[in-house]
Design a protein around this ligand. Structure first.
Ligand SMILES: NC(=O)c1ccc[n+]([C@@H]2O[C@H](COP(=O)([O-])OP(=O)(O)OC[C@H]3O[C@@H](n4cnc5c(N)ncnc54)[C@H](O)[C@@H]3O)[C@@H](O)[C@H]2O)c1
Ligand SMILES: [Zn+2]
Length: 360
């Protein structure tokens, strides 16, 4: 088991290892001591129903927590991004109220990024804030959404537009849970893993170029968590450096949106990284050959790198991105593999930049 300490405004540990769900009662006692707070377990229906022979991770976890003396109540909502809404949060509030969850109790989020973001937001706002523990169960949630304290939900006007910074008390990544993931969902997480290599760690990128993670998966997850930790510690509130984590995301989000979300987040990010690297190569911001390496690496991990959507359409979506500041947009470019830089462009120059016309 590996432990990474995050020195955020409210510090906490992230544990990574196989079989961690079984150890969770003991790990919770590490933060609760003799106290036995009520646990409000929040998960989605798919995660709740996962089963492998006699093993049923979430019901087993609930039984083990109860055996350790924790009273547990459980809220299960339909899986998928469509549930990440204020309507579901409202239902969670009803559940927390019905079970008399107070500020001394604990919310336990077990699931992917949707569960973590939604339960985290409920934790941030219920009674003006109760503690919460994250148990991420997708690769994406382990390497990305459970690190850094961003919580939130979607509204019809856009994704993640309503939220709060709210750090968990503890994060437990049980890598055994990844054995249940469909290949496409695993690949979605790999897009973020490749992103970390591209923006911060060339040796990680080279490792990924060598093929599937295999038995180095835990080490790779720990490396990604540690990279995000460093960025978050320096810029917890997303005012500067943290923006490099958006590499590939401006156009990734545009592609997701244009496809009415039939292109997944990871697929969009993979295409977005390749698009951005190609544009930056053409204007001399990124060394030649970088985009090809990114595209090959993404393809190796089951991710697409091209899109048929017209650049103008994608640029129009990008201008509507919430990360835009006034009439300027901050692009994340690569000085080289392993080193990202922020590059502001005027919104009007974006199509030209993406075609390689900028700077001429
Ligand atoms: N807070 C942040 O900093 C941050 C960062 C990145 C992404 N996000 C958010 O994360 C969300 C995406 O996360 P996600 O990709 O984990 O999506 P998700 O939570 O929807 O999970 C994807 C699917 O996998 C299922 N699943 C979860 N664990 C499983 C397992 N072990 N085995 C089999 N199936 C499993 C889920 O039920 C769901 O159907 C988005 O809403 C995004 O906005 C947040
Ligand atoms: Zn992402």
């Amino acid at each position: 088991m590996k432990t990474i300490h995050v020195a955020a405004g409210r510090p906490y540990d992230i544990r990574i290892g196989g079989g961690l769900l079984r150890e969770l009662p003991a790990l919770l006692t590490g933060i609760c001591g003799e106290r036995r707070p009520r646990l409000a377990l929040i998960t989605d229906d798919r995660v709740n129903a996962l089963a492998d022979g006699a093993r049923r991770p979430v019901p087993d976890l609930q039984a083990a927590l109860e055996a350790a003396g924790y009273p547990v109540c459980k809220f299960v909502f339909p899986n998928g991004e469509a549930s990440k809404t204020l309507d579901t949060v409202q239902k969670v509030y009803g559940f927390l109220s019905a079970n008399s969850i107070t500020r001394t109790d604990l919310i336990l989020a077990v699931g992917g990024g949707v569960v973590g973001d939604l339960a985290g937001f409920a934790a941030a706002t219920w009674l003006r804030g109760v503690s919460f523990v994250q148990v991420p169960t997708t690769l994406l949630a382990m390497v990305d959404s459970s690190v850094g304290g961003k919580t939130g939900v979607d509204i019809p006007e856009g994704k993640n537009l309503v939220g709060a910074f709210w750090q968990p008390s503890f994060v437990a990544c049980d890598t055994d849970m990844l054995s249940f993931l469909p290949a496409e969902t695993f690949a979605d997480g790999m897009a973020e893993v490749i992103k970390y290599g591209a923006i911060l760690d060339e040796s990680l990128f080279s490792l990924l170029e060598a093929g599937a993670p295999g038995d180095r998966l835990r080490e790779i997850i720990a490396r990604c968590v540690d990279l995000k930790r460093q960025v978050v510690e320096e810029d917890e509130r997303d005012r500067g450096l943290r923006q490099i984590l958006n590499f590939g995301h401006t156009f990734g989000h545009a592609i997701e949106k244009e496809s009415a979300f039939s292109v997944t987040h990871g697929q969009g990010v993979a295409i977005g990284m390749a698009l951005m690297a190609r544009a930056c190569e053409r204007v001399g911001l990124t060394p030649a050959g970088t985009a090809d390496r990114i595209a090959r690496c993404c393809a190796l991990h089951g991710l697409p790198t091209r899109t048929d959507y017209p650049l103008e359409t994608l640029c129009a979506h990008a201008m509507g991105d919430k990360k835009r500041a006034g009439d300027r947009l901050t692009l994340v470019t690569l000085e080289r593999l392993g080193k990202a830089t922020l590059h502001p462009v005027g919104a009007a120059e974006l199509p030209d930049f993406m075609k390689g016309g900028a700077g001429r």
